[in-house]
Each structure stands twice: as C-alpha cells, then as structure tokens.
Design a protein around this ligand. Structure first.
Ligand SMILES: C[S@@+](CC[C@H](N)C(=O)[O-])C[C@H]1O[C@@H](n2cnc3c(N)ncnc32)[C@H](O)[C@@H]1O
Length: 223
C-alpha cells in the first residue's frame, strides 16, 4: 500500500498520510490564514527588505518553491516570480492552490505574476536567469523543527523521504547555491535558521535578521 495519497475532492487536491490517519490532510490556500495576513501586512516582510530598493519590479526565481508562501509575498509586492519545485507531489499541491487562487478576484492579478516550473532547480537554472534567485531549502538541521505545525507534519515526512534520495544534502545544496550564483543578475538570497552557519561557509555581503531566521544576501559581481 502506498503511504501517501493525493486525493482530489470537489474543493481541492489534498495529501493524505495513510500511516498517520490522525494527521490532517495537507492542502494549501492562498486566501486565508497566515498567507492572507502576510499579504495585508507586507511592511514586516524581511524577505522584501532583502531584495534591496528598486523602482521597477524584479524578475525573481524562487528555486525552492515549496507551497509557494514566500513566492506569493514577492508577487504581492508586484515582482514576477518563477517558482521551481522538484517534488512532483508538492508541485501538484502548489499547482492546485494556484489554480484555486486564480479564481478569486482579489488574488488573480497576483497569481498571474507567478509561474510554476516543475523540476530540479540545479538543472532548470541552467536555462533560466533572473535579477534575483531565492533559496529556502530544507536544511538538514531544520528538518525536525521547521515544519512543526500539525498540518505540516505530512509535508515534513514527505520531504525527509525525498531528501533521502541519491543526492547527499550538503552536496545538493552546494550545487544549487553555485548554480544560483551563476543565474542571478543582481543577488542571491538564502533563508537560514537564525544561528545556522553560512551556506557552503560563504560569508554573505548583507544579512537581514528576524526572530528565528535570517536572509543572507550574496551580491552578484555582474549586477
Ligand atoms: C522549506 S521548503 C520551501 C518553502 C517555501 N519557501 C514556502 O514559502 O512555502 C523547500 C522546498 O524546496 C524544494 N527543493 C529542495 N531542493 C530543490 C531543488 N534542487 N530544486 C527544486 N526544488 C527543491 C523541496 O522539495 C521543498 O518543497
């Protein structure tokens, strides 16, 4: 029996964990909860500060899209975002959430600035470039703590399984970071737990610190 099941209902696509039927099925909705709050209160978003000042909207690649929450914040601020996600299951949940949000008049314009590409960013970034490349991978030390909310348990288990593939974590992160730096015209932004070491031990040019996480900024030499 398959442990994870994607179930399509009249309302949404949801991920069920047959091993833990007590866990709530996972689906995502851009119109409610924390995502709604983040749309209505952009002034608190450190990620937007980490972009730097610009008169015109940026082209941004979110190379580790997940459920698209950070990409949505970027699109709310008028930036055009390409979302890359390598897990076909996470990508299916994200595509479903984007499709539903597109039907909501208040959100349609924002969602139209977001374009999902399914695949490994290490390969996709060889064909795409942008002003900014944003990375928020599931760092090994974050696996246990990052998605502690009940509704995110399924995603955490799923991601842990994905990460146990052929790609050792540190090697895949280093390759992704190296590729991102080649593809970003202006800067690469990396989200890190507040006290974690720098990605690949490379000191960032700028750093924006929040209560639990920080955004390390690497300026592009060609920008
Ligand atoms: C921590 S989550 C990102 C959460 C996201 N920032 C949000 O706001 O919802 C990390 C995601 O990156 C994806 N990922 C990790 N490495 C990747 C790669 N090389 N290419 C594409 N996606 C990747 C994982 O599958 C996972 O869904």
């Amino acid at each position: 029996m398959n442990r994870f099941l994607l179930v399509q209902t009249a309302e949404h696509l949801a991920l069920h964990d047959e091993q833990h039927p007590e866990h709530k099925p996972l689906f995502f909705d851009f119109s409610v909860g924390k995502t709604k709050h983040r749309r209505e209160h952009p002034g608190k978003e450190l990620l937007l500060k980490a972009l730097g000042k610009t008169k015109n909207p940026y082209e941004i690649i979110d190379a580790t899209a997940g459920l698209g929450r950070d990409a949505f914040v970027l699109a709310c601020a008028k930036h055009k975002v390409i979302l890359m996600e390598r897990s076909p299951i996470v990508a299916a949940l994200l595509a479903d959430a984007l499709q539903r949000a597109e039907q909501i008049p208040d959100l349609a314009e924002i969602i139209n600035r977001m374009c999902l590409v399914i695949g490994d960013a290490k390969e996709l970034l060889t064909k795409h470039s942008a002003d900014i490349v944003y990375l928020d991978p599931m760092f090994p030390e974050r696996k246990k703590t990052a998605l502690v909310k009940k509704e995110m348990r399924i995603l955490k288990d799923l991601l842990e399984q994905d990460l146990l593939g052929d790609d050792p974590d540190t090697e895949q992160l280093l390759a992704l970071f190296t590729r991102a730096r080649l593809s970003a015209r202006k800067r690469v932004i990396v989200k890190r737990p507040l006290h974690a070491a720098y990605l690949a031990d490379v000191k960032p040019d700028l750093c924006y610190k929040g209560k639990t996480s920080r955004f390390d900024v690497y300026l592009s030499k060609i920008g």
